[in-house]
Design a protein around this ligand. Structure first.
Ligand SMILES: [Zn+2]
Length: 349
């Protein structure tokens, strides 16, 4: 199918709500900015408008330009669903931060602006806020729900999890339907798509999955299943939300998570072989280049290593691992899952 070229700065802006007919899928290239050469910067967007009426679900990937797993998720979602079987509308922003994507870096290369701290943006502001404003006004604000796909920042990796403000009932509903084992609850950073959309009437969750610069198919497959489950929960698709997971941990207190940091500069050897570590377990060794001095960083409580560094050098204060607590029945469930062999040994690999 060919794609339409749309000028987002036109006097009469394109509105997918009225211009993509029920039963129609359209692939758009939507102008959000210009390059130094004055050429348009266009984001690829797919709108799948179902034949039946229902909510509009906006999905975004590569707001950070080097976080690619979600790009693959949205390519598949755009191809997978026939508008004849859908009640509602899917708005898929395949690549939100096109300049960062072209450079394969997190931020917009122009003055290194973070698009995900620039929402809702303004028309008469810096480059990132202008781009954010077009994306927000045209696609996010008219939507009823949002799924925003991220990965860890480069040189780290993250266990598959959801970030969401679980005090918002609709956010809570789609977070549970998405089916990740781990949900980190809380308000998002000011200016992030999740924070602005959620407080402005488009309940939105962030999915964190794996590492930058890669397609990690096991994580992509889980995210596709999670997306389908959310669409079933919202009655966009027939069927039921999947009754997941074997265990679930919702972290809603800052006391239940911490970054483990190196106190010395040196070389880092990760010592764990599993994301579950017990109180006092060695997590990593930091040594000097002569192997004359070394210190061990230990887990201050029993929990899961949700994020770990990939670039194995550290300066004092350098975060080496992100630990979230688990205890009680959840710990017992995870231990049972590990014993049964069903727990992914390196879910952030
Ligand atoms: Zn990100």
């Amino acid at each position: 199918m060919s794609s339409d070229q749309i000028d987002g700065s036109a006097a009469e802006p394109f509105r997918f709500e009225s211009e993509v007919a029920p039963g129609e899928t359209r692939h758009l290239r939507y102008e959000v900015s210009e390059t130094y050469l004055g050429d348009p910067v266009k984001i690829p967007v797919t709108v799948v408008n179902g034949e039946g009426s229902g909510p509009t679900v906006c999905m975004t990937a590569a707001i950070h330009g080097d976080e690619l797993n979600g790009v693959k998720v949205l390519q598949e979602v755009a191809d997978r669903y026939d508008p004849a079987e859908i009640h509602g509308t899917l708005v898929l922003i395949h690549v939100a931060n096109v300049p960062g994507y072209l450079a394969q870096q997190r931020d917009i290369p122009i003055y290194d602006q973070d698009l995900n701290r620039s929402f809702p943006g303004k028309p008469k502001s810096n480059t990132a806020e202008r781009m954010a404003n077009v994306i927000y006004e045209r696609f996010v604000a008219p939507s009823d729900y949002g799924l925003d796909f991220h990965t860890s920042t480069r040189n780290r990796t993250t266990m598959y999890h959801v970030r969401a403000d679980m005090t918002n009932p609709e956010v809570n509903r789609i977070s549970r339907a998405f089916g990740a084992n781990l949900i980190l609850s809380g308000e998002a950073d000011p200016g992030s798509l999740r924070a602005v959309a959620t407080t402005s009437g488009t309940p939105t969750i962030t999915i964190e999955m794996g590492k930058a610069h890669r397609f990690q198919q096991p994580l992509i497959d889980r995210a596709l299943a999670g997306t389908e489950s959310v669409l079933a929960e919202l009655d966009v698709l027939p069927g039921e939300a999947v009754d997941w997971p074997g265990w679930r941990r919702i972290i809603d207190s800052a006391n239940d998570k911490t970054w483990l940091r190196s106190d010395e500069g040196g070389l880092v050897d990760l010592l764990y072989d599993h994301p579950l570590v017990y109180h006092g377990d060695p997590v990593c060794r930091v040594s000097d280049h002569f192997s004359t001095e070394e210190t061990i960083v230990r887990a201050p409580f029993t929990g899961l290593l949700v994020g770990v560094l990939q670039n194995p050098v550290a300066a004092p204060g350098h975060p080496v691992a992100h630990l979230v607590s688990v205890g009680g029945e959840t710990l017992a469930e995870i231990e049972r899952e590990i014993e049964s062999g069903e727990f992914s040994e390196r879910p952030w690999a």
